[in-house]
Design a protein around this ligand. Sequence first.
Ligand code: NAP
Length: 459
Amino acid sequence: MKPIQLISPVDGSVYAERTPLTLDAARAAAARAKAAQKGWAARPLAERIALVKAGVANLNANAEKIVEELAWQMGRPTRFGGEFGGVNARTEYMSEIAEATLAPQTIEDSDKFRRYLAREALGVVFIVAPWNYPYLTTINTLVPALIAGNTVVLKHASQTMLVGERLAEAFHAAGVPADVFQNVVLDHATTEHLIANRAFNFVNFTGSVGGGQAIERAAAGTFTPLGLELGGKDPGYVRADANLDAAVDTLMDGAMFNAGQCCCGIERIYVHESLYDAFVEKAVAWVKTLTLGNPFDAGSTLGPMANKRFAAVVRGQIAEAVAAGAKALIDPALFPADDGGAYLAPQVLVNVDHSMRVMMEESFGPVVGIMKVKDDAEALRLMNDSPYGLTASIWTTDYDTAADLGAQIETGTIFMNRADYLDPALCWTGCKDTGRGGSLSYLGFLSVTRPKSYHLKKV
Ligand code: NAP
C-alpha cells in the first residue's frame, strides 16, 4: 500500500508517514476488536472507568510532546497548550454520570413480575476523527464507548495521524488491552469497505459533509447506527441591548481561534443597525491585535491553517465575495507572515449577503462576514437561511427573548452571551447538513448502547 503522508503546515515538510493497513489486516483488526468485546464488557464498570481515567492521565503526563506535535501536525500555536482542559472535563463528567446513566431502570419489581430496561454496549465502535480538534473530537466518543463496554477502533485523520498513536499508547500503558482500543491507519476505500461489510456496530464520523455522505452510503443497508457530526456555518446575532465589548471579544475569538478551524466557530455575524458601525470598528481593531506566525513563536496568536489546500478554499471565498461587492476591512499587508499558502491573514468582510459562498458555505478559516439587521425577525430569517445547524450565539441582556429566539432557530445548541464552547453536560448535536446523533451528556451514552428489555414473570 502507498504510504499516507502528513505534510506539516509549519514549513511544508513531510512530518510523518504511515502505510495504511491492507484490507486483510484491517479486517483482522476489526475481528480482534469483536473478539475482545464481551470480556471487556464483563469487567466491572468501576474498573473500566478507572482504566479510561488512567489513560487520560497518561495523556496529560505527555503534554509537552503532544502540544509540540499538534503544532507540527495542524499548526495550532503552542502557547494555547493543547486540548487538555476539555479532554479532562469531558472525561470527568462522563465518568461521573456513567453509573446512573447505564443502570437498569426498574419498571416493576413485585411478587409477580420483575420488569426493567437495561442498556447494553453495542459491540465494536468505529471512530473516524477529524484533524481540527483531534483529541477532543475523539475523546467525545472514545470515553463513553469504552466506559459503556464497547471496544473501539479509531481511524484518525491523515493530517493528525500521530494523535491516534498517542491516544493508543496512553490507554495501553494504563492497562486498556490492545484489542479493546486499537488505532489503525486506513485509506478511504478500506474504511468504507469495513463499514459496508458490517465490521462495526456503531460508527461515529466527525468531519465534512462530503465525508459524512460517503460514510452513510457505505453503511447503506447494513443497519449500522451512525453518529454524523459534520460542518457548520454558525451565526452570531448582536441585539440592540447587547454588551458590545463582550460581544466583539467573544464573537471575534470564536471566528479566529484555531485559525477559524472550529466546527462551531463563528462564521457570520448579524448586528442590530444601532450597534453595527461600532461593532465593525471594534471587530477590525480586535483582529488587528492578532499575530500571524510560526506556531512555535511565543508571540503567535494565529498559526497557519492545517493545510495550504484549506487556506486556498478560504482565499477563493474571499476573492469571490470581494469581486461580487464585499469590502475587505483588513489589509493583508498588516500580516506579513501571509505566504499565499497555509499562512493566511485574517479577514473581516462587510457589504456581504447570502448570495456569496462566504456567507453560505463553511469557510473553516480566519474570515467572518458581518451584516446589518433591523430587527429580530430579519436576524432569525438570516440565521435560518443556511444548510447547517450546529450552534447559534445570541447577544442580549434579555434572557426570555434569547430563549424565545432559540426555540425558532434551526440549530443544535443555542448560546446566549457566549460562543464556541462545548458543555459536557449538554448534548453536542446538530441538525440539517450538520448531521445527526449526539455525543456528550447522558445522551452520549445512549448513542453507544442499546436498550434491552427484561420482562421476568415469577411463578
Ligand atoms: P474530512 O475530510 O471529512 O475528514 C474527517 C475524517 O474522515 C478523516 O479521518 C478522513 O480521513 C475521513 N474521511 C473523509 N472522507 C472519507 C471517506 N470518503 N471514506 C472514509 N473516510 C473518510 O473532514 P476534516 O477536514 O478532517 O474536518 C473538518 C470538518 O469536520 C469540517 O467540516 C468541520 O466542521 C467538521 N467538524 C465537525 C464537528 C462537529 O462536532 N460537528 C467537529 C469537528 C469538525 P483522511 O484524513 O485520511 O482523509
